[in-house]
Design a protein around this ligand. Structure first.
Ligand code: SF4
Ligand code: SF4
Length: 68
């Protein structure tokens, strides 16, 4: 993942049940399902947290990187 991008998207594969809700609710098409959610284009992420809010298993988190 590009460390220059402001948002870091992490998936806990131990908790993820591959339901696809995160990808379905992402308004920017950042995520795609491919044996679990994969970040297709992290540069499109706006940090809206829709993915995080809709994950029933608390398996995806989006955090802002520290400004360097
Ligand atoms: S924070 Fe928003 S834009 Fe970023 S991956 Fe999640 S739903 Fe998509
Ligand atoms: S919503 Fe949560 S459990 Fe469902 S695919 Fe996404 S990360 Fe996995």
């Amino acid at each position: 993942m590009d460390p220059k991008l402001p948002w870091e998207i992490r998936v806990n594969s131990k908790w993820c049940k591959n339901c696809g809700l995160c990808a379905a609710f992402c308004p920017r098409g950042v995520l795609e399902m491919e044996d679990g959610p994969k970040v297709k284009d992290a540069a499109l992420c706006t940090g809206c947290l829709m993915c995080e809010m809709h994950c029933p298993d608390f398996a995806i988190t989006v955090t802002r990187r520290e400004e360097k």
